[in-house]
Design a protein around this ligand. Structure first.
Ligand code: PNS
Length: 164
């Protein structure tokens, strides 16, 4: 059985890694699908960079590979023969958007989405806040791998955090 774990992964966090690892215990293979979210247009990393960072972070997980989605997630799922989409849900706010996406994806293609509860010890970790913390110089090493941390720091150094 093949699961697709999709997301923007801008960048991949330890919260994502936990969901991916737990998914891999239920499926023979997992594809981490780096996809474009039109509701998050101003990312820090290109799709190719996100794939590279995720591949580096996930290299120790057997039967897990990372691929770029060019277009609709359900078309990608059909192409690779996915049995299900798996997503992590941290909160009711996550649930609201995930439920809508899951229902839309099933409506247009029949593919089912399964949800894993995010681990409460990681539920405060979000890519957007990791980037914001890095922009203002905070330590992000608890939230991402060293490779992702380096890449986020390099991006943060190029960005302007001035408010006034
Ligand atoms: O990590 P995110 O931003 O919650 O992931 C959302 C993502 C990227 C999986 C979603 O926006 C997506 O599937 N994008 C690919 C285009 C697509 O299929 N859109 C239809 C969504 S119902």
């Amino acid at each position: 059985m093949l699961a697709v774990c999709p997301g923007s992964f801008d960048p991949l966090t330890r919260g994502h890694m936990d969901v991916i690892e737990r998914t891999s215990k239920f499926f023979d293979d997992v594809i981490v699908a780096v996809a474009y979210n039109t509701r998050k247009p101003s990312g820090w990393f290109t799709g190719a960079e996100r794939v590279e960072l995720a591949r580096d972070a996930l290299q120790g997980m057997p039967h897990v590979r990372v691929e770029l989605v060019d277009g609709l997630l359900v078309d990608f799922c059909a192409r690779v023969g996915a049995d299900a989409i798996v997503k992590g849900v941290r909160s009711s706010a996550d649930w609201d958007s995930e439920q809508t996406m899951g229902l839309l994806n099933r409506h247009i293609s029949g593919v089912e989405t399964l949800f894993l509860m995010g681990d409460p010890s990681l539920s405060h970790i979000a890519s957007s806040y990791v980037k914001e913390l890095a922009l203002f110089g905070a330590d992000i090493s608890d939230f991402v791998t060293p490779g992702v941390e380096r890449a986020v720091r390099a991006q943060a150094a190029k960005r302007n955090a001035r408010f006034m």
